[in-house]
Design a protein around this ligand. Structure first.
Ligand SMILES: CC(C)(COP(=O)([O-])OP(=O)([O-])OC[C@H]1O[C@@H](n2cnc3c(N)ncnc32)[C@H](O)[C@@H]1OP(=O)([O-])[O-])[C@@H](O)C(=O)NCCC(=O)NCCSC(=O)C[C@@](C)(O)CC(=O)[O-]
Length: 207
């Protein structure tokens, strides 16, 4: 399902469909070079924990990042959304042999994640200014202000933090991303104390 509260136009060189969706079903809609990149409507928590469980059974993944402790843009459902995240944490905390880092965009999300039982935290910055603004409503530099605060809060509780750099190859709005920008952000996460740094080809154009 799509909602129209999109994240702006998406431009992917040489592809006629969004990378994150099946090209086949989208082909008709995306036969133009520029197409609206819409956000998926969130599934109920039951499917989240079911999917995490299945990934774990498949033994392919030793960790699953999940449950972005995020602010739902439609504030009316914000509390429900957090309750939803708590349900997922409750449903997966018994999974054996896997790590479950929780994405948190700020200290508020971190506190909610720890309250819900998170043992590992993940923060996420983008190598593209446009993607950062669309994704977390702040610039790259602003996001590191939030993430340094999260990192200090995790140190006090000895909770490990993973740092994601998004859009390391290309951005749906800005196109190709310079590797030196990616290296700069990875260094910032390293200096901040992240024990792991993940470089994400967020829109899958490297493959
Ligand atoms: C970052 C924000 C919160 C800024 O959203 P905002 O609206 O700018 O936040 P704000 O600071 O203006 O606060 C607005 C309201 O939200 C509340 N709020 C503020 N923070 C939280 C929170 N954590 N949890 C719950 N509520 C929160 C805050 O308390 C306030 O409530 P009010 O006072 O009006 O009642 C929002 O833009 C957001 O949630 N963005 C995240 C969207 C998201 O989940 N993106 C996908 C993550 S995965 C990813 O990015 C890529 C990755 C990691 O997978 C790797 C890759 O593939 O690239």
């Amino acid at each position: 399902m799509f909602d129209d509260a999109g994240m702006g136009n998406c431009w992917i060189d040489g592809r006629n469909c969004s990378s994150s969706n099946c090209c086949k079903e989208d082909y008709e809609e995306y036969t133009r070079e520029i197409f609206p990149w819409r956000r998926h409507t969130r599934e109920p928590s039951g499917s989240d924990s079911f999917i995490i469980g299945r990934f774990n059974d498949s033994c392919y993944f030793s960790y699953h990042h999940h449950i972005s402790k995020i602010n739902d843009k439609d504030i009316r459902h914000k509390t429900n959304k957090l309750a939803d995240a708590r349900d997922v944490m409750e449903a997966v905390h018994t999974l054996k042999g896997c790590r479950l880092p929780v994405l948190t965009p700020n200290v508020k999300g971190f506190e909610a994640a720890v309250t819900a039982g998170a043992k590992e935290i993940a923060v996420f910055a983008s190598a593209s200014e446009s993607f950062s603004n669309s994704n977390i409503n702040s610039s790259i530099e602003e996001s590191f202000v939030y993430y340094r605060a999260v990192s200090s809060a995790t140190k006090a509780l000895s909770i490990p933090v993973r740092g994601y750099v998004s859009c390391v190859i290309g951005c749906p709005v800005e196109g190709e991303i310079s590797p030196s920008k990616v290296a700069y952000l990875a260094n910032k996460f390293y200096d901040m104390g992240c024990f792991e740094i993940s470089l994400s080809d967020t829109i899958g154009i490297a493959s």
